[in-house]
Design a protein around this ligand. Structure first.
Ligand code: AMP
Ligand code: MG
Length: 405
């Protein structure tokens, strides 16, 4: 059986970046840039005051307090048509251009107006450049301000706006088909009868795909019959990525792999030394779409998504780093791992007194959605460790829920 690390390596090797499309700036958040972005302006476009105050010649106020004559007023959005002569200042607002001759700004709090504003007393001296952003100090016209491959964070959206990019080239977000399988599954609008349960996996995965930046679509529920599976799996193979849950373990009616074989899928692995989630099929269709047969158990399906599918989606979307981010945390109580597999334990992680702390949740197993819903992270117990002790430093995989919850 391959390790989680080997599975992830194989999965990423088999994943290609999707094609490039153009998107409106407002729709681009969360995607990855597929072009170098060049500034069409100097930033700032003029020597800009960073304060409300008085633009002045620093050499005039080496001694303070000093009285200067006020040569004019410069609100933001105007451009001064005068220059400062010796012993002159100009009243200036934040974001306004300095007049020629000025090399610094003293903030209004350190000045005192005189003669109804015709003069001003500067109470403290300032050095040249004080409270001024020089022309082009942030970027010059023609500079690459964002390289292809940059993640479009809110800050990047702002920069794209500042350089006038109303539309940008980005990597496509994958379309992701989601199928649940199992004779026992009923629609969530229905009260389950004897032996039945509601289909929750489809909803967990839909949310995860959306959170990861993909475009999820529910394909519904397939019965445990080859005929029904054939029909639904054929639908799933139309997507960039197809996620099916259930029907991949050893039961008599676990037929998903059999139907995958009928469709001629190329299978890369079908078992991983991971808890939860040992049975996991990864494959590719003749069309090139990637396929995951995830375990039916809800905690297993969602965990395998985080560990394997999210990085795959990130690679598809052009992210330069697709691996999940880990932190070291101090374990608050002992933990036993008798699985002989790498154990992803639903946990609560928080930051307190200069360190992360992690508390593994007492779960009733990989069907326990009640406990899982309280977690924001996974404590990762290595495959070769049977016991972790309290206060030990352990590796924790933070889920996005850590940041949003
Ligand atoms: P399976 O992998 O098909 O053997 O299913 C393993 C366990 O997960 C069984 O208890 C199923 O009832 C449960 N299960 C399978 N699919 C779902 C689903 N879509 N929603 C909730 N539980 C499921
Ligand atoms: Mg099943």
């Amino acid at each position: 059986m391959i390790t989680v690390r080997q599975a992830l390596e194989i999965a990423l090797q088999q994943t290609k970046r999707l094609s490039i499309e153009t998107t409106a700036l407002l729709e681009s958040a969360g995607r990855v840039l597929a072009e170098d972005v060049v500034s069409d302006v100097d930033m700032p476009p003029f020597a800009r005051s960073t304060m409300d105050g008085y633009a002045l010649r620093s050499e005039d106020i080496r001694q303070a307090p000093t009285r200067l004559q006020v040569a004019g007023v410069i609100p933001a959005g105007t451009y001064p048509n005068f220059s400062l002569q010796p012993m002159q200042a100009a009243k200036i607002m934040t974001g306004a251009p300095l007049p020629a001759g000025a090399d610094a700004v003293q903030m209004v709090e350190k000045t005192r107006p005189l003669q109804d504003g015709a003069a001003v007393e500067i109470l403290e001296s300032v050095s040249s450049g004080h409270n001024v952003s020089p022309l082009g100090s942030e970027a010059r016209r023609g500079d690459v301000v964002l390289p292809a491959g940059a993640f479009i964070s809110p800050g990047v959206n702002g920069l794209l706006a500042a350089v006038g990019k109303n539309s940008v080239a980005v990597y496509r977000a994958p379309s992701v088909g989601i199928l649940a399988t199992g004779d026992e599954l009923v629609d969530i609008a229905v009260k389950p009868g004897l032996g039945q349960i509601r289909n929750s996996n489809s909803f967990t995965l839909y949310a995860q795909v959306k959170q990861a930046g993909g475009m999820p679509q529910l394909i519904g529920v397939a019965k445990d019959t080859t005929a029904n599976l054939r029909q639904k799996i054929a639908e799933g193979l139309q997507f960039d990525l197809f996620l099916a849950t259930g029907g991949v373990s050893m039961g008599d009616l676990d037929l998903v792999e059999e139907v995958f074989a009928e469709f001629g899928l190329e299978v890369f692995f079908e078992k991983i030394a991971m808890k939860p989630g040992k049975p996991v099929v990864m494959a590719r269709s003749a069309r090139g779409g990637l396929v995951f047969g995830l375990p039916g158990n809800p905690v297993s399906a969602t965990t395998v998504f985080e560990v394997l599918v999210r990085p795959v989606m990130r690679k598809m979307m052009g992210f330069p780093i697709y691996q999940n981010q880990m932190v070291l945390a101090t374990l608050t109580e002992p933990f036993a791992n008798r699985s002989g597999r790498e154990n992803y334990v639903p946990s609560v992680t928080w930051y307190e007194e200069k360190r992360f702390l992690v508390r593994p949740l007492k779960s009733k197993g990989s069907g326990d959605v009640v406990t899982y819903a309280k977690s924001n992270s996974y404590l990762i117990c290595p495959i070769d460790r049977t016991d972790l002790s309290s206060n030990e430093n352990v590796v924790v995989m933070l889920r996005p829920d850590f940041f949003y919850g």
